[in-house]
Ligand binder design. Sequence first.
Ligand SMILES: Nc1ncnc2c1ncn2[C@@H]1O[C@H](COP(=O)(O)OP(=O)(O)OP(=O)(O)O)[C@@H](O)[C@H]1O
Ligand SMILES: [Mg+2]
Length: 380
Amino acid sequence: MTSTQQIPSVEDVRAALKDVHDPEIRKPITDLGMVKDVTVDDGVVTVAVYLTVAGCPLKDTITKDTRAAVGKLDGVREVRVELDVMSDEQRTELRKQLRGDSAEPVIPFAQPGSMTRVYCVASGKGGVGKSSVTVNLAVAMAQRGLSVGVVDADIYGHSVPRMLGAREKPTKVEQMIMPPQAHGVKVISIGMFTPGNTPVVWRGPMLHRALQQFLADVFWGDLDILLLDLPPGTGDIAISVAQLIPNAEILVVTTPQQAAAEVAERAGAIAMQTRQRIAGVIENMSWLETPSGERMEIFGSGGGRTVAESLSKSVGTEVPLLGQVPLDPRLREQGDAGTPLVLAEPEAQASEVLRDVAKKLSVRARGLAGKMLNLSPSGR
Ligand SMILES: Nc1ncnc2c1ncn2[C@@H]1O[C@H](COP(=O)(O)OP(=O)(O)OP(=O)(O)O)[C@@H](O)[C@H]1O
Ligand SMILES: [Mg+2]
């Protein structure tokens, strides 16, 4: 070599590659066995990278990030990225590394040591705003620095991906499903596995199996919070969740209307049968503020309070009314546009209430709020 300029060594390049993360697994490619080879030839660095799957949709990101990380080193004139695909053995090895060696996928959130707080967003009646509340809470919690996942457990309704603006499809690495992310939230929905908008007609046992798969086969990483958007009513899915994750807590959503409140109470009552904790009640569509600042109570008043008091009496401990979310046409518009209100209109009163509820729910009963919870995916 004739150049007098300092040229990085292969070790320097490998060290720089620690900054390149696999966009799905979110770990350095150097830790995942994804760096196949590095050669340095007079300022021209060639990095060969193994993709986890052929046709990986995120290969452009990996290529760009690799170029950027290596290009920063002194003396690098050019970075060439060559892509290859892992063999089956390499993928198996990766799966073992990520989720342990157990043959049967386990639900990490149901393991005794799990630090993930699981909330099921439930209601008796449809259309009260469960999905809207779920996506806004998820984004607000992510804004607080928490690692958040959402399962759209409404197998028939599945509106969560659209409300979150999650357009990517999940990818599969070995037996693991990598959830797409939107606004810092990981999300999985049955809608991602059905072509177009085909309605899904599944019976109870299949629903149970689908949910089990969402919870066990999806590689969630270390989550602080998992939110499940349940279908309305007290059906099969609620029972399945209770069986699969007994420590999941229930969030009851209701409107101020008394009739809705009575139905919501019944939805809450199922938690007593399954011995799940009720984390609280959220009243949605509480009022509409007119331009003159007046509050119009379109759906009546008192529903949230009624449900909270009645559930408190039944369970014998206080079930709080966590917040009253006003009606705001922007909440619907932004939901349709895929940008939850707390992001699109952070100053809106509804956003303030939702942020406040998110804050209350981010506090762990055992005082672990804000701590980095360093869990292995298998929850041990
Ligand atoms: N506070 C609010 N202000 C204005 N619109 C709202 C509000 N909350 C929800 N909506 C709108 O009401 C409709 C129903 O909300 P959403 O889909 O979140 O309810 P849901 O309980 O999940 O319904 P389903 O039972 O069908 O799953 C949506 O169009 C949503 O945008
Ligand atoms: Mg819904």
